[in-house]
Write a protein that binds this ligand. Structure first.
Ligand code: ZN
Length: 287
């Protein structure tokens, strides 16, 4: 297993972690200043600065991406909505290519309208079928431009609004169905916040193997959790055995970044300098 205690060359910052404090250009600047070599930005943060400007700043600073957030949200109320989602996913793939991302992360979506509190139906099986078809369509395009897709299973508490794929096993079943050759074009992003509780976690990470392990996201699960979306903990402040899980990832062949992804009203309220410095320290001591 790699030794993270003496450096942070494998640390990546998911830029949502300091999104309330800084624009993306400032985040990149501050990461470069601290020797952080990778980030995973969100589409809205890139759009706010401009795609070309971000690509140029990445070239100038030598910072690479550990992933691009995000595609997905396939299910829709009608055919026009499904088509619009596919168009949007093609644009996300193109942006990921421009930024030279190693993969586009997919948060697959679930009941249409649920995110706004107005689900148009309750048929999660239909949503899952639409997700399957949507990923298949995006994969066809992504393969042409050589952009791998990483399905991120989300914790079941988000099954209605954000993702009807909730376990690593489910995500890998989709991978096996759509990419049986294990070509590397389709895999998973293992976000410990979503999957740490899963009794099959070690088994499914082993099943995924090197070809399917495209991302590894870390933070911590706080007790009690006060907000279903925005109360993620800093590594070491909660109950996830992060290093054990990284061991499983690496035993399975994963050799990429540990991406810190913290949506937290608490950490968003602190100076961003302090947040980044704490990420570096905890990456060394806990991840
Ligand atoms: Zn994640």
């Amino acid at each position: 297993m790699r030794d993270f205690s003496r450096g942070h060359e494998w640390l990546s910052i998911n830029t949502a972690t300091v999104r309330k404090q800084w624009r993306l250009d400032r985040i990149i600047e501050e990461c470069a200043r601290r020797g952080i070599r990778a980030i995973s930005p969100w589409r809205d943060q890139v759009a706010a600065v401009g795609l070309a400007a971000v690509a140029q700043q990445l070239r100038e600073t030598g910072i690479t991406l550990s992933g691009y957030c995000r595609g997905g949200f396939y299910p829709a109320a009608d055919a026009a909505g499904l088509a619009a989602a596919l168009d949007d996913n093609r644009r996300a793939v193109d942006e990921a290519c421009t930024l030279k991302a190693p993969c586009l992360v997919l948060v697959v979506g679930s009941l249409p309208g649920a995110l706004d509190g107005k689900p148009v139906h309750r048929d999660i099986a239909r949503a899952r079928a639409e997700v399957h078809d949507g990923i298949a369509a995006t994969l066809e395009y992504a393969c042409k431009v050589a952009m791998p897709l990483a399905i991120e299973p989300l914790h079941p508490m988000q099954a209605a609004e954000r993702a009807c794929i909730n376990t690593l096993e489910q995500a890998l079943d989709v991978c096996d169905a759509l990419d049986p050759a294990r070509s590397g074009a389709l895999g998973v992003a293992v976000d410990l916040y979503h999957v740490w509780w899963d009794p099959k976690l070690a088994q499914q990470i082993a099943r995924a193997g090197r070809e399917r392990l495209l991302g590894f996201h870390v933070c911590d699960w706080l007790t009690p959790t006060r907000d279903l979306l925005n109360d993620r903990g800093m590594m070491g402040d909660g109950v996830i055995e992060i290093r054990q899980a990284r061991g499983w990832m690496e035993a399975s062949g994963y050799a990429g970044h540990a991406e810190v992804e913290i949506f937290s009203n608490d950490w968003w309220s602190r100076p961003a300098e302090q947040v980044l410095d704490t990420c570096i320290a905890r990456h060394r001591s806990v991840v």
